[in-house]
Design a protein around this ligand. Structure first.
Ligand code: 6PG
Length: 247
């Protein structure tokens, strides 16, 4: 695998513009090759960072198929829901067909196993028939990173970090509330064509150094090692990165 690249921006506005340009390029590349674009989104501050896509003439919303990297097990209109955050900051403002956004099944909130199985089946419907792959191959996965090095709902030291078969798994013991979540597993993330971490903020600086310079410590974010480049964004002072963002 290629080593991860760290890209530094002077502000979150510049980051958001560059991220939008990167997503549009990735989308174009995918549409040229196969006529659809599959993307998985995270929660946290990421939905807000997608603001550069609003009103962006390069985006072909009708060709997007959107999934969530992880989701808190709450109703879809709950403020804790990652889908709710993406609706609020992005999807309510752009012409994406509602059935292109793949959410968790709200009728299964009481049964974590059924809920994660159902989400895995949703992925299988989108990917397995078309690509007949052992794992889905997303065109782009956008991740956040917590100050503890977690990404998706994969937390330091958690047994899910060694999952090798499942596409989607659930946890009931998230150290960060709410405790009940479903999440993509590492093999799914690592099979993506492109993975981008959006890790803006000074409080991420030390963790980023650890993830990039000492991956052997095995923090969840350091276990993301796709075949294609991982690109990390940052706007904190104190870490020098490159300033160009290449597809
Ligand atoms: C969660 C959060 C979390 C978040 C990271 C990065 O599910 O508890 O979504 O995973 O994405 O902690 O957070 P920020 O992007 O807000 O810094």
């Amino acid at each position: 695998p290629n080593p991860p690249a760290l890209v530094s921006f002077p502000s979150t506005d510049v980051l958001a513009d560059s991220l939008a340009a990167f997503i549009v390029k990735a989308q174009k590349d995918s549409l040229d090759k196969k006529g659809r674009f599959t993307i998985a989104l995270s929660g946290g501050s990421l939905p807000k960072m997608l603001r550069g896509l609003i009103g962006n003439p390069g985006v072909r919303w009708d060709k997007w198929q959107v999934f969530y990297v992880d989701e808190r097990v709450v109703p879809l209109d709950h403020p804790d829901s990652n889908h709710f955050a993406c609706m609020t900051h992005l999807f309510s403002k752009v012409p994406i067909p509602a059935d292109h956004i793949h959410t968790i099944d709200q009728s299964l909130l009481n049964d974590l196993e059924e809920l994660s199985d159902a989400y895995e089946k949703e992925l299988i419907r989108e990917f397995a028939q078309k690509d007949s792959a052992r794992f889905p191959i997303f065109d782009l996965i956008l991740l956040g990173m917590g100050p503890d090095g977690h990404t998706a709902s994969l937390f330091p030291g958690h047994e899910l970090l060694t999952e090798e078969d499942r596409w989607v798994a659930y946890i009931e013991d998230s150290p960060k509330p709410p405790p009940r979540r479903i999440t993509f597993t590492l093999p799914v993330i690592n099979h993506a064509l492109r993975v981008v971490f959006v890790a803006a903020g000074k409080e991420k600086t030390d963790t980023l150094s650890q993830v990039l310079d000492h991956p052997e410590t095995g923090l969840p974010s350091a276990r993301v090692k796709p075949t294609f480049p991982v690109i990390n964004f940052l706007h904190a002072e104190g870490i020098a990165g490159t300033s160009g963002l290449e597809l």
